[in-house]
Design a protein around this ligand. Structure first.
Ligand SMILES: *Cc1c(COP(=O)(O)O)cnc(C)c1O
Length: 435
């Protein structure tokens, strides 16, 4: 089913894009298939608002899937990019900005003494695994069901049921051998984790400390501490993927917020301030294994790109303590408001939230695992999202994603969002009457 009119500019661009771009898009979730409609082509963004090519205006809760913590086209970020661009866009030689950005990251993240930049989170994940394998002399990697670490072959593996299983590839084209070195364990399952760390000689335990790619599913009490303990007890490295949580939930990311320290940290999204940048960071002793300091090969033509570094630095400079308090307060008011309007209209939803992130699960019970997330009423989420879009609010077009409130969101936009959410809930079929 499709909710789009066929005579809009978006519809026309989509029809033509389908002939030139697989699925009409350059990254799958943009196609909005999970909520049963066609994609919306964007003309421009300003602050917390998006304007599409048909002149429709939306309060944006995707914000480029995380990077735009200051909203679209922030004047200080644009100015930094313009200043950098005027001096040339890429040199393939080191610049002072890279040192400055690495120093700023080290100042914020306790466990990060050195940084290697890449252009995408996927590359940073790939590098983290290579480095962990080199450092430990082991191959198997443990990841959690429902966690996303980019489209790295071996990390697309999905869970078998229940206990840790040898994973099967979850995309055609992934070699069985790449997936075979990945052990998938259910999130928030201490017994499965302990058993897997005892039965495999792991190079790394890889986790999103605040998983946000199955919707936001926070760790249960003690679970992150158990990751650290199991890594220490078995000689595996703890690799925390803070591509989303880094610089968002606190200045020092989830590791600061939750008091756990990784051996290697993967960063991205906010780090590039809306331009392509990501990084791997950790203790100097480990990071010096990367070429040319060490023998673990890793490289990138546009790594540490001057424009991306400038945007990242400008973005981080604006992220002071008051900013985090403001973002946390907005997120909390939004989460509370969504719970209230859902309850008013008799819909059972769970609004999971941490500062700067939230997910609306259509579920009677709290969602603590990928299995729980898969068991939600995805059709109701889809219908509700279509209802939001038709009322000028742009949510993530999948329940398996987080909402990204920004520092540009205003009280007025909050009120508009909650009114649209209430109307969208009211237009859903009565709970229990869906076929
Ligand atoms: C987005 C994301 C990635 C991948 O980053 P890309 O820049 O899209 O390659 C990796 N890990 C997490 C947790 C992410 O959210």
């Amino acid at each position: 089913m499709t909710a789009s009119l066929t005579d809009t500019r978006s519809a026309e661009l989509y029809r033509r894009s389908l002939e030139r771009l697989p699925g009409g898009v350059n990254s799958p979730v943009r196609a909005m298939r999970a909520i049963g409609r066609d994609p919306i082509f964007i003309d421009r963004g300003a602050g917390a608002e998006l304007f599409d090519v048909d002149g429709n205006r939306f309060v944006d809760y995707v914000c480029s899937w995380g990077p735009l913590i200051h909203g679209h086209a922030h004047p200080l970020v644009l100015e930094a990019i313009e200043r950098a661009a005027a001096k040339g866009t890429s040199f393939g030689a080191p610049t002072a900005g890279e040192l400055e950005l690495a120093s700023e990251v080290a100042r914020r993240m306790d466990g990060v003494e050195m940084l290697r930049m890449t252009s995408s989170g996927t590359e940073a994940s790939m590098t983290a695994i290579r480095l962990a394998r080199a450092a430990t002399g082991r191959e198997p990697i443990l990841k959690f069901a429902g966690a996303y670490h980019g489209h790295v072959d071996g990390l697309l593996a999905q869970a078998g049921s229940g206990l840790a299983t040898q994973a099967l590839p979850s995309s055609p084209g992934v070699p069985a051998s790449a997936a075979a070195a990945t052990i998938v364990v259910p999130w928030n399952d201490p017994d499965a984790l302990t058993q897997a760390t005892e039965s495999h000689q792991l190079a790394a335990i890889l986790a999103e400390p605040l998983p946000a790619n199955m919707g936001l599913v926070s760790p249960s009490a003690g679970f992150l501490e158990l990751l650290r303990e199991r890594a220490d007890a078995t000689g595996a490295l703890l690799v925390l993927d803070e591509v989303i949580s880094g610089f968002r939930v606190a200045a020092g990311g989830a590791q600061e917020l939750m008091g756990v320290r990784a051996d290697l940290t993967i960063m991205g999204k906010i780090l590039g301030g809306g331009l392509p940048a990501a990084a791997l960071g950790g203790r100097a002793e480990l990071m010096r294994m990367l070429a040319p300091a060490g023998h673990v090969y890793q490289a990138g033509t546009l790594s540490g790109n001057p424009l991306a570094v400038a945007a990242g630095l400008a973005t981080l400079e604006l992220l002071d303590e008051p900013a985090y308090l403001r973002l946390g307060a907005y997120t909390e008011r939004l989460a509370e408001g969504l719970r209230d309007v859902a309850a008013e209209h008799g819909h059972a939803v769970q609004v999971a939230s941490v500062p700067g992130l939230l997910t609306v699960f259509f579920s009677e019970r709290p969602v603590t695992s990928f299995e729980d997330a898969c068991g939600c009423d995805l059709d109701a989420y889809a219908a509700w999202c279509r209802g939001l879009l038709s009322r000028g609010v742009y949510p993530p077009a999948s329940q398996f994603e987080a909402w990204f409130p920004s520092l540009a969101h205003t009280q007025e936009q909050l009120e508009h969002t909650l009114a649209a959410a209430a109307a969208a809930f009211a237009s859903l079929p009565e709970p229990g009457t869906r076929p």
